[in-house]
Design a protein around this ligand. Structure first.
Ligand code: SF4
Length: 189
């Protein structure tokens, strides 16, 4: 009986990991670190039209101990950096990070000493969502990328030194930009 029980247990463990990954990817709890205009798009993503609840990620948490997905939406001032890092440290493991928009990823147009020129210099970013601001669909692409990571790996990778290794996946734009400038519709006809 024992010779049968061992392979049975190993199969069960593999399947259990899949179930755990499925549960994790279906119940991401975001920590919205929204500091500027990208935060408005983040709110729109949670609204009925885009409905982030379809992906199980609607439970925004403002206590880091109840969150496992940090979404940095907007520029981060140097003064805010210690707060960002502390919140990241206090979040539960395993945890992931989305950098939403040009400002969070690079500082955007704010090329100044007072603004962090990319949060990935200070916390491990897993997914970059491009745009200024990114549309809600684009952020949803980022959430789905995190879900795929969780599906495949479950636990975020760590380097030989034990430090968290950022996955640094860049999302491609999903919509066609309209030619600018658009024709004016005001004035005498
Ligand atoms: S990327 Fe654009 S929309 Fe987002 S915070 Fe920066 S300026 Fe605002």
């Amino acid at each position: 009986m024992s010779s049968i029980a061992v392979p049975h247990d190993s199969v069960l463990t593999t399947q259990l990991q899949k179930v755990v990954n499925w549960a994790r990817r279906s119940s991401l709890w975001p920590m919205p670190f929204a500091t500027a205009c990208c935060g408005i798009e983040l709110m729109a993503t949670a609204s009925s039209r885009y409905d982030i609840a379809r992906f199980g990620a609607e439970a925004m948490r403002f206590s880091p101990r109840q969150a496992d997905l940090m979404i940095v939406a907007g520029r981060v001032a140097i003064k805010m950096l210690p707060v960002l890092q502390r919140i990241y440290q206090q979040m539960t493991e395993p945890k992931w990070v989305i950098s939403m928009g040009a400002c969070a990823s690079t500082g955007g147009v704010f090329d100044t000493y007072a603004v962090v020129q990319g949060v990935d210099q200070f916390i491990p970013v897993d997914v970059y969502v491009p745009g200024c601001p990114p549309r809600p669909e684009q952020l949803l692409e980022g959430v789905m990328a995190i879900q795929r990571i969780v599906d495949q790996d479950g636990i975020p990778p760590r380097g030989p030194d034990g430090k968290r290794r950022p996955l640094q996946i860049a999302i491609q734009p999903t919509h066609d930009v309209r030619p600018q400038p658009v024709p004016l519709t005001v004035g005498p006809r």
